[in-house]
Design a protein around this ligand. Structure first.
Ligand SMILES: [Zn+2]
Ligand SMILES: [Zn+2]
Length: 691
C-alpha cells in the first residue's frame, strides 16, 4: 500500500470547522522555578510559580474573520513569586508577588484558516496581584505593598502561531513549552548572573459546542405548477426561476458565501420540433430546456446552454438564481446545483424538503416519468408514460388511440393553436380540404363515434406520411399514428375512403385520403337534422376506423325490354311491384322504351347484404332499387332507400328490415357485421380485425 501517495483530505476541513457554532475548552499552564543566584548584588533566593487551569466558552462567531470570540468562564490563575535578596551591606529585600483569580480581561479567541490550521489569542494575559516589598536593614523593617496587573501568560503564544487542523474530528488539542517573562527582576542578573529559561508547560483543548453545517437548498419557483411550454416564434414558451441558497442545516442564514454557483442541466430532452407535429417533419436535436442568458453568469455554450457559473460577487453571495427557458411542450431535464466555497470545498444542492433529490427533476414529476405531475393531476390520470389505454369510446374493445400518455401531454398544433390529446378519450386527426361538406361529416362522425375528432389540422400539421406524432426521439412512443385527409377527388358523385394498402376498412394508416365529390346530391336522410352529404362523409370516415358495411352481396343486374312489352332480368321475365302489392311492370316497360339501350342497370338488394340491419345507420347502403319477393320467383319490389343518420348498436334488422308488410326487405346484418359502434378501431398499433 503506497501510503505516501495518499494525500490527506485537508481541503474540506476548514469548512467543517467553520460550521461549528461555538467552542468550549480549557487552557492549562504550569511552571515552577526555584533557584539561587550569587554575585556582586549578594545572594538572590528566588521561587517563581505560575499555574492556570481555565475554562472558556467561545460562542460568538465572526464569519468574515473566521474566528470565534468568548471568555474564560471558570477556573483560576495563580502566580506566586518570591525573591529574597541578601545584600553585601547586610540588608535583606524580600519581594512577594501573589495573585489568584480570573484574568482581568477574560477575552479569548480561536481562528480557523487561512490554510488548514488554527490559531488562538488570549487577551486576558494578566491578573490582579499584590506586590509586597519588605526591607530589613539596620534593625528597621519597612513594608510597601501595592496592587497591579501581573502577567501570567507567555508572549510566545499569540494569534501568529499556527497549529495544524487535525485530519479527523473537530476537537483541537495541543501542548508545548513556552517561555515566560521574568516576574521579579534580579540585580544579580544585571551584574552578569543568568537565570534558566523560564518555560511553562501549556496545554489546550477546544471542543465544539455543537455543529450546524452548511447546506445548499434549491427552490424552483412555482415548482408544483410548472410545465414546459413552447412558442411558435422560437422564443421560450415559458420559464422557471430556480434559486439556490446556502443555509445551515438548522435553517439559519449562512454566514459564508460561495465563490461561485454552478447550475447544470442533465440529460435534457432533445425532442424534435416543439410538439408532436410542429414543425412538420422536424429533425432538430435542440435542447428543450436551456439556461437563460444572464449578465451574472458565464454560460458554457451559448447554443446548448446546459451549464452556467455565477460570476464572482463581493461580498460572496449566499444565494443565486437562474432562469431556465422552455422550448418544447414535452421537455424534461434534471438540474444539479453546486456551490463552491471559499476554502475550495463544494456543496451540492437539494430540492427543498427532498434531501435525496440532488438532481432536481424538471418539470416536477415522478422518477419514472417525464410528464409534469401537475398535468396528470389536472387530467386525473396516473398511468405510465407509455400507456395507451383509453377506453372511451370502447369501440371494438381495443384500448387506446395510438398515442402514449406522454404524447397526449406533449400535444399538437391544430390550425396553429396548441392542443393536447385527450388522455381519457380516443383522439382522431383529420385535415379537411373540402370545407363545409367535410365539416358537417366530421362533426357527425365525432357525434356518432364518440371519438375526440381534431378536424382542423392544416396540411402543414401532418407529416408527409400523414403521421401526427412524427416528431419523436426519446419521448415515449408506441406507433406512428396517422391522420386522415378529406379532399376532392372528382369522383362521380359519391364519397370513398381510398386505400392503396388495404382492401378492407382499416385504421387511419391505410387510408391515402377520403375522396369527396365537388357536390353531393341533396337527399332526405332518416333524420331531418342530418344532411345526406354529412351522412355520406361520416360513412367513409367510419371505414377509416375499421367499420364495415352491414353485409356484402348486393347484385347489379340489367333490366331490359323483352318481347310483348315484358321486362327481362338475365333473360328471365320478371314482374315489378311497388310495395305492398301494386304491379308497376307497365311503368318499367314505358321507362325502358325511352332508353336508347332499352335497358337499365339496377341494384338488387340482397338478404344480409349492404342494405340489411338497422335501417337508420350511416353504414347501411342506400342505393338498392329493387329486391326479390319471397315465395314468388321472378317478382321484384321496386324501392328507394333512405340514408341512415345514426350508428347502429345491433345486428338485428329494423324498419324495412324488420317484420312488416309486405315482407322483410334485407333482414339482419350479415354474420359479424352490424353493431357498427362495436367495430370502431382508431389505433394504428392494432392489426385491424377483418370481418
Ligand atoms: Zn362504405
Ligand atoms: Zn351499422
Amino acid at each position: 500500500m503506497l501510503l505516501s501517495s495518499v494525500e490527506p483530505c485537508y481541503a474540506q476541513r476548514v469548512s467543517e470547522f467553520l460550521a461549528v457554532n461555538g467552542w468550549q475548552g480549557n487552557l492549562k499552564l504550569k511552571a515552577d522555578y526555584v533557584g539561587k543566584l550569587s554575585g556582586l548584588a549578594g545572594v538572590d533566593d528566588y521561587s517563581f510559580s505560575w499555574s492556570a487551569d481555565l475554562q472558556f466558552r467561545l460562542e460568538e462567531f465572526n464569519p468574515g474573520g473566521q474566528f470565534w470570540r468568548g471568555k474564560f468562564t471558570g477556573g483560576a490563575v495563580a502566580v506566586r513569586h518570591k525573591n529574597v535578596n541578601k545584600g553585601s551591606d547586610g540588608c535583606t529585600l524580600t519581594t512577594n508577588i501573589l495573585g489568584e483569580g480570573l484574568p482581568l480581561n477574560p477575552e479569548f479567541f480561536l481562528y480557523v484558516g487561512p490554510g488548514n490550521n488554527y490559531r488562538f489569542q488570549n487577551l486576558g494575559s494578566s491578573i490582579q496581584a499584590r506586590v509586597t516589598l519588605t526591607t530589613v536593614c539596620g534593625g528597621t523593617t519597612s513594608v510597601i505593598s501595592n496592587d497591579r496587573p501581573e502577567n501570567w501568560f507567555t508572549s510566545g503564544l499569540d494569534r501568529n502561531v499556527a497549529f495544524a487542523l487535525p485530519p479527523m474530528g473537530l476537537n483541537l488539542t495541543g501542548s508545548g513549552q513556552y517561555e515566560m517573562g521574568v516576574p521579579i527582576p534580579l540585580f544579580n542578573v544585571l551584574f552578569g548572573g543568568t537565570l534558566p529559561k523560564l518555560l511553562a508547560d501549556i496545554s489546550w483543548t477546544f471542543q465544539p459546542l455543537n455543529v450546524d453545517p452548511l447546506e445548499l437548498v434549491v427552490d424552483p419557483t412555482d415548482y408544483d405548477n410548472f410545465r414546459p411550454k413552447a412558442d411558435l416564434s422560437g422564443n421560450p414558451g415559458n420559464s422557471i426561476s430556480v434559486t439556490a441558497t446556502l443555509q445551515t442545516k438548522s435553517g439559519k442564514p449562512s454566514t459564508q458565501g460561495a465563490t461561485k454557483f454552478i447550475f447544470e442541466l442533465l440529460e435534457t430532452s432533445r425532442e424534435p420540433g416543439i410538439a408532436l407535429n410542429w414543425p412538420r417533419d422536424a429533425s432538430d436535436q435542440d435542447y428543450d430546456l436551456r439556461i437563460a442568458a444572464d449578465a451574472g453568469f458565464l454560460i458554457a455554450d451559448a447554443v446548448k446552454r446546459q451549464r452556467a457559473e455565477s460570476l464572482p460577487k463581493i461580498p460572496l453571495a449566499t444565494t443565486s438564481t437562474v432562469k431556465i427557458d422552455s422550448f418544447d411542450w414535452g421537455g424534461w431535464s434534471r438540474l444539479k446545483v453546486t456551490a463552491l466555497l471559499a476554502d475550495g470545498t463544494s456543496l451540492v444542492g437539494y430540492l427543498r424538503g427532498r434531501p435525496e433529490q440532488t438532481e432536481i427533476r424538471l418539470p416536477k414529476r415522478t422518477a419514472n416519468s417525464v410528464i409534469a405531475d401537475s398535468w396528470k393531476s389536472e387530467n386525473g390520470v396516473s398511468g405510465s408514460d407509455n400507456s395507451d389505454d383509453e377506453t372511451d369510446p370502447i369501440g371494438d374493445s381495443n384500448a387506446g388511440d395510438g398515442l402514449t400518455l406522454y404524447e397526449e401531454y406533449r400535444g399538437f398544433y391544430e390550425s396553429q393553436v396548441k392542443i393536447e390529446g385527450n388522455p381519457k378519450k380516443k383522439d382522431y386527426f383529420a385535415i379537411n380540404l373540402v370545407g363545409s361538406i367535410g365539416d358537417g361529416g366530421l362533426a357527425l362522425f365525432q357525434r356518432l363515434s364518440g371519438l375526440k375528432v381534431h378536424k382542423n389540422l392544416l396540411q402543414t400539421e401532418l407529416s408527409s406520411e400523414r403521421v401526427i406524432n412524427k416528431n419523436v426521439s426519446a419521448g415515449p412512443h408506441r406507433v406512428n399514428q396517422h391522420g386522415v385527409i378529406l379532399k376532392n377527388n372528382n369522383s362521380n358523385g359519391y364519397a370513398e375512403a381510398v386505400s392503396t394498402t388495404s382492401l378492407h376498412p382499416s385504421t387511419p394508416k391505410d387510408f391515402d385520403f377520403v375522396g369527396l365529390p365537388i357536390a353531393i346530391a341533396s337527399r332526405p336522410t332518416q333524420s331531418q337534422s342530418v344532411s345526406y352529404a354529412s351522412a355520406s362523409v361520416a360513412h367513409e370516415l367510419f371505414h377509416t376506423v375499421n367499420v364495415y358495411h352491414h353485409g356484402e352481396g348486393d347484385k347489379q343486374v340489367v333490366w331490359e325490354l323483352g318481347p310483348d312489352d315484358t321486362v327481362l332480368e338475365g333473360g328471365q321475365q320478371i314482374e315489378v311491384y311497388r310495395e305492398p302489392s301494386l304491379n308497376v311492370t307497365a311503368n318499367v316497360v314505358a321507362d325502358l322504351k325511352t332508353r336508347i339501350s332499352k335497358s337499365r342497370e339496377i341494384w338488387l338488394g340482397q338478404k344480409q347484404g349492404q342494405h340489411s340491419g338497422v335501417e337508420n345507420c350511416v353504414m347501411r347502403y342506400d342505393s338498392s332499387q329493387a329486391y326479390e319477393q319471397s315465395g314468388s320467383a321472378g317478382w321484384r319490389y321496386s324501392v328507394t332507400e333512405r340514408p341512415g343518420a345514426l350508428l347502429c348498436r345491433f345486428a338485428e334488422g329494423t324498419g324495412v328490415n324488420a317484420s312488416r308488410e309486405p315482407q322483410i326487405r334485407y333482414g339482419d346484418a350479415a354474420r359479424g357485421r352490424g353493431a357498427c359502434i362495436d367495430q370502431i378501431l382508431v389505433n394504428d398499433a392494432i392489426s385491424p380485425p377483418v370481418r
